[in-house]
Design a protein. Structure first.
Length: 152
C-alpha cells in the first residue's frame, strides 16, 4: 500500500499515543474528523496497523532482567528449524526471537525477574528444547534506547 505524507504523520501520531480521540488526530493533521477516521480505518483494514497494545513497564511487573541469548542448533535442517521455532513460541519469557545469519542461528530476547530466574529458565526450559547445540547469553546492563516505533 502506498502511504502519503498524511498517512505517515498519522501513523507517527498513533505510534506515539493510540488512545487519543480521532478529533485530536484530525486537529493535529488539519483534517476533518471524518477524513481522519476514514484514514485510520483504511490503515487498519489494509493491515498497515496490525493491532493496538498497552506497553507495560517491565520494572513494575518484576521482569526488568533482560537477556539476549544466542542459540545455535546442532544442525540447521528444515525439521530442526521448524521444531525449534514452534517450541520457542511457547516460552512466555521469550518476547522476541530472530532467525539470524552469523555464528548463531537465533537471537532471543528474554525478560525474567533476576539472574536466578534466568538460570531456572535456561535449565528447565530453553536447554530442554530439542536440537540446541549451544547458547551464549548477554545481560543488558542499561537500556540506552527502546522504542516500538517503526521509522516512517
Amino acid at each position: 500500500m502506498k502511504l502519503d505524507e498524511i498517512d505517515r504523520k498519522l501513523l507517527g501520531l498513533l505510534q506515539e499515543d493510540s488512545k487519543k480521540t480521532t478529533k485530536e488526530y484530525a486537529l493535529h493533521l488539519n483534517l476533518s474528523i471524518t477524513a481522519a477516521y476514514e484514514r485510520i480505518k483504511r490503515l487498519e483494514k489494509t493491515g498497515v496497523i496490525a493491532k493496538y497494545v498497552a506497553l507495560v513497564d517491565k520494572k513494575k511487573v518484576d521482569r526488568a532482567f533482560v537477556v539476549l541469548c544466542h542459540v545455535k542448533l546442532v544442525q540447521h535442517t528444515k525439521a530442526y528449524v521448524l521444531q525449534f521455532e514452534k517450541e520457542v513460541q511457547a516460552l512466555y519469557e521469550v518476547v522476541e526471537c530472530y532467525h539470524t545469519s552469523g555464528d548463531y542461528d537465533y537471537i532471543l530476547k528474554i525478560y525474567v525477574r533476576d539472574m536466578e530466574a534466568y538460570r531456572d529458565f535456561m535449565v528447565t526450559k530453553l536447554t530442554a528444547l530439542n536440537h540446541i547445540g549451544s547458547t551464549q547469553s548477554s545481560f543488558v546492563i542499561n537500556e540506552v534506547k527502546h522504542t516500538t516505533r517503526i521509522p516512517l
